[in-house]
Design a protein around this ligand. Structure first.
Ligand SMILES: [Cu+2]
Length: 502
């Protein structure tokens, strides 16, 4: 079990329980507009400092974000229509959150403020993927090319700068990136006003309304292995409400938190209907009373308020209120549908894999009481690249989680399917490198049967995924999406190799 380092005393924090809930309407992030609509539309998005109010009764909060809102503007794209985005770094020169110069990439000789944007879930050439070391400083811009040769899905963009990613994302650097296609549109799902992104990010907020990022008691090693705040922002607002009609809505849920997992239910016990996961639609809708979503994951949902006219329904994370849906009394027509068949998602046969890689998720503990950290396959970031899949081939990755925590593992560039999870004897593996299973393989949950790009690797288990490395040759990364882990060695480069010429 992680031995947590001593945490320095926090300044007075906002008492979330004493705020009046549900006084602010849920904002919808603005839709990004291209500055040029040629064959390849060009978007220009500044990354800069601004302030925004998270609640009616809380003073405005300083954020670093995209455009003028947190979350940033939603980029809407069509499958097959490439776009360009110029990401302009207009941030100040000094960071306002605590940098740990011991972390890889955040050494004292690097500039304090750096950024690079990654679109999570996008199939893009390596030079536009936002490689963590491709950061750039205030005053510079980078124009990235997004081919969008992939199925309709909600992706999301966020900062990925080496060693300070957790701070930049905490500061507000994230937004949605939605790809649409005609196949999805033919399903007649709720759209327009009836489609709502819900982006959850928890924050620690000081009594004066400002973001707080906790530090250890070691002045020159402030990094902490986890960040949890009791202020859960939904699209940037604390305890918002949304007025809805008694009909179906499509909710695009994203857990954009640094490290918090949510377990969501509705106060009237009405079910959610999963229609899609990270990388697009499921084959069929899956009904669920409770949603468990880890950092980086998305869920595409239908919420049906048809039989709940006049009710006030609260979305809860276990016992914590997150937001309120106010269902109007007057009945309305609902021309949208929830079709029983959504999109074919054939399972990838295991026999198509040309290689299986066994990769551990490990925790490194210091007896000295220094904060512990995590490694992928026992290797640090700077060690030579060891995962070199060949373009357009399929591999099985066995993620052996030898720790006591769930780690959401994300691979850039690709989509994959979850094969199963099987409990193993971690002690025997750690000390003898022998894989001894202690139970049967458990199939993925029904809502995990679609295409994924982030998978919960559960503790003491081997989580197997099957991945086709299609797209582009080049250098990418895979990492834990708990950003505190990612910033401290739980990230590795991998290289997609062009196939040898025949
Ligand atoms: Cu982790």
């Amino acid at each position: 079990m992680a031995h947590l380092p001593p945490v320095a005393k926090a300044p007075p924090l906002l008492n979330v329980d004493r705020l009046t809930p549900f006084v602010d309407p849920l904002p919808r992030p603005p839709i990004a507009q291209p500055i040029r609509k040629n064959r390849i539309p060009l978007f220009r998005i500044p990354i800069h400092e601004f302030s925004a109010q998270i609640h009616r009764d809380v003073p405005a909060t300083r954020f670093w974000g995209y455009g003028n809102s947190v979350p940033g503007p939603t980029i809407e794209a069509r499958s097959g229509q490439e776009i360009l985005v110029e990401w302009q770094n207009k941030l100040p020169a000094k960071h306002f959150l605590p940098i740990d110069h011991n972390l890889m990439g955040a050494e004292k000789d690097n500039p304090e403020v750096r950024t690079v944007v990654h679109v999570h879930g996008a199939k893009v050439p390596p030079e536009s993927d936002g490689y963590p070391q491709d950061w750039y400083v205030p005053g510079l811009s980078k124009t990235y090319h997004y081919p969008n040769q992939q199925d309709a899905a909600m992706l999301w963009y966020h900062d990925h700068a080496m060693g300070i990613n957790r701070l930049n994302v905490c500061a507000g650097m994230f937004g949605a990136f939605i790809i649409r296609d005609s196949q999805e549109e033919a399903l007649n799902l709720p759209n327009g006003d009836f489609e709502i992104p819900l982006i959850l990010t928890d924050r620690m907020i000081r009594a004066d309304g400002q973001l707080y990022y906790p530090v250890s008691q070691l002045a020159d090693a402030p990094w902490l292995p986890e960040y949890f705040g009791d202020a859960v922002l939904v699209n940037g607002k604390l305890l918002p409400y949304l007025e809805v009609q008694p009909r179906k809505y499509r909710v695009r849920l994203l857990n954009g938190s640094n490290g918090r997992f949510y377990f969501l239910t509705l106060s009237n016990s009405q079910p959610f209907h999963h229609i899609g996961s990270d990388q697009g639609l499921l084959a069929n809708p899956v009904e669920a009373q409770r949603l468990a979503i880890s950092p980086g994951e998305r869920m595409d949902l239908i919420l049906d308020f048809t039989n709940h006219a006049g009710e006030n329904i609260i979305l809860n994370d276990q016992t914590v209120k997150i937001m309120q849906f106010r269902v109007a009394k007057a009945k309305v027509a609902d021309p949208s549908s929830l079709p029983p068949n959504l999109r074919a998602t054939p399972r990838t046969p295991e026999s198509t894999a040309i290689r299986t890689r066994r990769l551990t998720l490990e925790e490194v503990d210091f007896l000295t009481g220094e904060p512990d950290f995590h490694l992928l396959d026992g290797k640090r970031w700077h060690e030579p690249i060891s995962e070199t899949p060949i373009l357009d081939t399929t591999e099985i990755w066995e993620l052996l989680n030898l720790t006591d925590d769930t780690h959401p593992i994300h691979l850039h560039l690709v989509r994959f399917q979850v094969l199963d999870r099987r409990p193993l004897n971690t002690g025997v593996y750690l000390y003898q490198k022998k894989l001894v299973y202690t139970g049967d393989a458990v199939p993925p949950e029904p809502h995990e049967l679609g295409w994924k790009d982030t998978v919960r690797a559960t503790p003491g288990a081997c989580t197997r995924i099957i991945v086709n490395f299609s797209g582009y040759p080049g250098r990418y990364v895979w990492h834990c999406h708990i950003l505190e882990h990612e910033d401290n060695e739980m990230m590795r480069p991998y290289q997609v190799i062009a196939p040898p010429k025949a």
